[in-house]
Design a protein around this ligand. Structure first.
Ligand SMILES: NC(=O)C1=CN([C@@H]2O[C@H](COP(=O)(O)OP(=O)(O)OC[C@H]3O[C@@H](n4cnc5c(N)ncnc54)[C@H](O)[C@@H]3O)[C@@H](O)[C@H]2O)C=CC1
Ligand SMILES: N[C@@H](CC=O)C(=O)O
Ligand code: NA
Length: 447
């Protein structure tokens, strides 16, 4: 570990002073006395890099750079806190900090999910720590829960709302009937969204986080490229209302599960029974349910984005490193993953290999016998209809003679559902594409 064990100060360099960087800077300063009392040493910000330094910074006595690499090359920095986001120059910056013997704390899930295997290997060789609690579910200590609290468990299933922006949008669409673009703009103003908000609404951010969670839960390498990824941009207020009528909420979930065939790794909008705790997690809040073989199901809930909540996790990582540095028995041994030896015997399943119940919304021509025809096709493929809503046509559908038919199906393999949907779409009575949303059960077996 780079810090001097006899030294009473841990010297911090922060790269990026945006939402999370600004929150971290503020938290370290406002809680300075309390943190020193807890850790037994001073955590001092000695260097910050920001593109547009505020005039007050120059007066603070802290070194200020516009080039982030100055922080990585500063011999007086013990921990580099990477809060600039994105892949480059963040990757080069983090690898340089490691090469220079510095510990690293980052909130950058994109970086960890895509380049984490390389980063952790470099850190292991150099004997430094790379921590990323803030990267997943903002203020919820979920990495710590998997790595420490549940260390004795074999994890069987994990499912969660892990993108605050999507949850905020779905909540506002459902509760206040607001338009998607309008709510997205607000989420951006509140500092919840990624620099490129398509990462939030197309599920990419959640996929980054799920890859990290699965790696910590099952001891597998980071495999972001294997995550089945679907966002919320195609969900309509109509779907939210139909789901509600059926006793469900639509949540954007990350789900990973060990089955006899391999590991499911998927993010997508999901119907969740309104009775489930997670169905009632609204706004920017996140929640993750983890099922372990010993502990059973445990639920973690809290703010998934925003300056203060995220800074709470960034500072917690800094404190962990400070404490480890003081403790001769631990040194730099905080492992980046919950497992020190990774498993490579578990294959990631293709989405066609999963099984689920489904919500289907079909635009059907308003004719006698159309429902019978649809149910005939589903029966042919071994699919039962568990619930149905059939509405009168309205608006432009009325002119076109189209009625929405909404179904909940029995459990079926996704490949079989693909074939059944193709057969339904080929019917002359069905207009356009069928909307499919998977259903996840949170009772009984899954918690
Ligand atoms: N905003 C949130 O609620 C959360 C964000 N994160 C992650 O935290 C990281 C930072 O996100 P935010 O603070 O929201 O973004 P932001 O856009 O508010 O802040 C990033 C800051 O870094 C600066 N920056 C970028 N590249 C730079 C460079 N090459 N040199 C100097 N400065 C540079 C930008 O000018 C900006 O001020 C991202 O990886 C994000 O995914 C993680 C959890 C929650
Ligand atoms: N954009 C992310 C920020 C936190 O990780 C989100 O909305 O969850
Ligand atoms: Na976290």
């Amino acid at each position: 570990m780079s810090q001097d064990r006899n030294k009473q100060t841990l010297r911090i360099g922060i790269c990026g002073l945006g939402t999370v960087g600004g929150g971290t800077y503020h938290l370290l300063n406002s809680k300075k006395t309390e943190i020193t009392r807890r850790v037994g040493m001073d955590l001092d910000i000695v260097h910050v890099a920001t593109r547009h330094p505020a005039p007050e910074l120059a007066k603070s006595g802290i070194r200020v750079s516009t080039n982030v690499f100055d922080v990585a090359n500063d011999p007086e920095v013990d921990i580099l806190v990477e809060l600039i986001g994105g892949y480059e120059p963040a990757l080069e910056l983090v690898l340089l900090a490691i090469a220079n013997g510095k510990n690293v704390v980052t909130a950058n899930k994109a970086l960890i999910a895509v380049h984490g295997n390389t980063i952790f290997e470099a850190a292991r060789k150099k004997g430094v720590v790379v921590s990323y609690e803030s990267a997943v579910a903002g203020g919820i200590p979920i990495i710590k829960a998997l790595r420490e609290g549940l260390a004795a468990n074999s994890i069987q299933w994990l499912a969660g709302i892990i993108n605050g922006t999507s949850n905020y949008i779905l909540t506002e669409m459902g509760e206040n009937n607001r338009d998607f673009p309008d709510v997205l703009k607000e989420a951006q103003q509140l500092g919840y969204a990624e620099a490129d908000p398509t990462f939030d609404v197309e599920g990419i951010d959640a996929a980054h986080k799920l890859a990290i969670l699965a790696s910590n839960a099952f001891g597998i390498a980071l495999q972001f490229e294997r995550v089945f990824t679907e966002g919320i941009s195609h969900i309509t207020t109509g779907d939210i209302a139909y789901a509600e009528e059926l006793g469900y909420r639509i949540k954007h979930l990350g789900i990973t599960r060990v089955t006899e065939l391999g590991i499911e790794l998927r993010v997508h909008p999901t119907l969740v029974s309104e009775q489930a705790l997670i169905a009632n997690v609204n706004g920017v809040m996140n929640a993750v349910v983890v099922k372990g073989d010993s502990a059973g199901s445990t639920l973690y809930y809290g703010a998934g984005a925003g300056a203060e909540a995220t800074a709470s996790s960034v500072v917690a990582d800094i404190i962990d490193i400070a404490r480890a540095g003081r403790d001769e028995t631990q040194g730099a041994s905080i492992p980046p993953l919950a497992f020190t030896a990774l498993r490579n015997d578990l294959k990631i399943l293709d989405i066609t290999e999963i099984e689920s119940e489904y919500y289907l919304r079909i635009s059907a021509r308003d004719r006698v016998g159309v429902f019978a025809k649809i149910s005939q096709v589903l029966t042919h493929y071994g699919i039962n209809i568990e619930a149905v809503i059939q509405k009168e046509p309205h608006g432009s559908d009325l002119e076109k003679g189209i009625v929405p038919i909404v179904l909940l199906t029995s459990r079926i393999n996704e490949a079989a559902m693909d074939v059944a949907i193709a057969a339904l779409e080929a019917l002359e009575e069905v207009d356009g594409q069928i909307m499919r949303i998977r259903v996840e059960q949170f009772d009984g077996e899954n918690g």
